[in-house]
Design a protein around this ligand. Structure first.
Ligand code: ARG
Length: 462
């Protein structure tokens, strides 16, 4: 069945028909399309377009169609251009010409925008739950590995000592922001286009706020032309998805690096690693690499949609049909990655010895400067002084903490009027180094414990 054609004499070219059709990807909107129609039938009854009995028949037909979709019994036919056409065609088969009344005052333009929004409202909770599950894995790991010391990096150069628990939680908070972002985006999804008609509104008495309420929306859209043109909500979702991808890629990249022989901080479990077809010794972090790679794909979905939207004139344009593939693909991509990633993280074995061995005294150079600061030296001067000591140690091919007290004294004491005690060497203890960083959000064990409690609370995990 074709929903248009009265003014046409000729048939559409078969290839152009294929190009025009969206059923192959919009059939995922089947349930939402039926729900929107059920609600619209109610509107038509109130407006006097349908008698109560007609409405009952239409709704019974729609319910039957919904059941066919649910049971995988719905049969599409060649002429079904899109999901909206298919549902209306089937309704006609089930209840006869009365089906033709359902589209009164409605256009596929407000219908498709409604279906898409309904679909997102239906699916956002599952995405949020998957993000939360990944947060749970990070919380579990942070709790377990809380006091393991490791090098922290800037510019991928060893910088200062941190706790592994702190590192795990550094990947928790971006996901919390992602969840908040999605929750905020959801508020804008929940604006109902139905009742906007093709672009100008409908010539019926329609209580749109009540309709919005019935369908689980927070409001009815305030401008019919905007309502059928607007795909901001898809773009916002795709931005959220791309941002999640970018966060996951940072986490994944850290794991890829840390599980290499060069770092040796993590060992991949067999369940989440793959082998090489050629090199028998290989154990590859494919799950993490794919996570990193899919971040690029997610970014592509966002740019694809924005490029489609750019420069479109007001009103519905067929270009907008291109909104669905990236929306579904982004959702599916995230739902495929998130659960696997959560369990892959849970399965990582930590090599605390390797992390400890990677901490050389240089990572405590800042602590040494702080020692001088505590003695009253301005930080800039202390920084320069420690720089000199680093240079001295390096020129002798030894570690910073292997300089003898005499060496340190002979360099430091002429510069500043300060007595250096043997206790100066305690600055090189990595555990003391982290313990000193007690500031809110810092890496001291007590600060990380506080952070962990906060993480549990905000994520609603425990
Ligand atoms: N399949 C179309 C889409 O996804 C439905 C809307 C069609 N509207 C129209 N005026 N041709 O956008």
């Amino acid at each position: 069945m074709q929903l248009w054609g009265g003014r046409f004499f000729g048939k559409m070219d078969p290839q152009a028909w294929q190009l025009n059709a969206s059923l192959s990807f919009d059939q995922r909107l089947a349930h939402q399309d039926v729900r929107g129609s059920l609600a619209w039938a109610g509107v038509l009854e109130q407006a006097g377009v349908l008698s109560p009995e007609e409405r009952r028949q239409i709704c019974a037909g729609l319910e039957a169609i919904d059941a066919e979709f649910a049971n995988g019994e719905f049969i599409f036919v060649e002429s079904d251009e899109d999901i909206h056409t298919a549902v209306e065609r089937r309704l006609g088969e089930l209840i006869g010409p009365l089906a033709g009344k359902l589209h009164t005052g409605r256009s596929r333009n407000d219908q498709v925008a409604t279906d898409m929004r309904l679909w997102l409202l239906d699916h956002l909770p599952a995405l949020d739950a998957s993000l939360r599950e990944l947060q749970s894995a990070l919380i579990e790991r942070a709790e377990k590995d809380l006091e393991v010391v490791m090098p922290g990096y800037t510019h991928l150069q060893r910088a200062q000592v941190i706790l592994l628990g702190h590192w795990w939680l550094s990947h928790f908070w971006p996901l919390q922001r992602d969840r908040e972002r999605l929750a905020q985006a959801r508020q804008r999804v929940a604006s109902l286009p139905l009742g906007s008609g093709a672009l100008a509104g409908v010539p019926l008495e329609v209580d749109r706020p009540a309709l919005a309420d019935k369908l689980g929306f927070a409001e009815a859209s305030p401008n019919s032309l905007d309502a059928v043109s607007d795909r901001d909500f898809v773009a916002e979702f795709l931005f959220c998805a791309a941002m999640i991808g970018i966060h996951l890629s940072r986490l994944a990249e850290d794991v890829v690096l840390f599980s290499s022989a060069e770092f040796g901080y993590f060992e991949l479990s067999d369940a989440y690693a793959t082998g090489s077809s050629l090199m028998p010794q290989k154990k590859n972090p494919d799950v993490f690499e794919l996570t990193r790679g899919k971040a690029g794909t997610l970014l592509g979905y966002l740019t694809a949609l924005l490029a489609v939207l750019k420069g479109l004139p007001s009103g519905y344009d067929k270009d907008l049909q291109e909104d669905k593939p990236p929306l579904f693909a982004a959702y599916d991509t995230l739902m495929a990655i998130l659960p696997v990633l959560a369990d892959a993280l849970r399965s990582l074995a930590v090599r605390a010895d390797r992390m400890r061995d990677a901490i050389d005294a240089g990572l405590m150079a800042t602590d040494l400067a702080d020692y001088f600061v505590n003695k009253g030296l301005p930080f800039r001067q202390a920084h320069a002084l420690v720089g000199k000591l680093v240079q001295l140690a390096q020129s002798q091919g030894k570690a910073l903490n292997s300089l003898s007290l005499e060496e340190i004294r002979s360099w430091v004491e002429p510069e500043i009027n300060l007595e250096i005690e043997p206790a100066i060497y305690s600055v090189f203890d990595p555990v003391q180094s982290v313990t000193r960083r007690r500031s809110l959000g810092g890496t001291a064990p007590q600060a990380v414990r506080r952070q962990l409690e906060q993480a549990k609370q905000v994520s609603g995990r425990f």
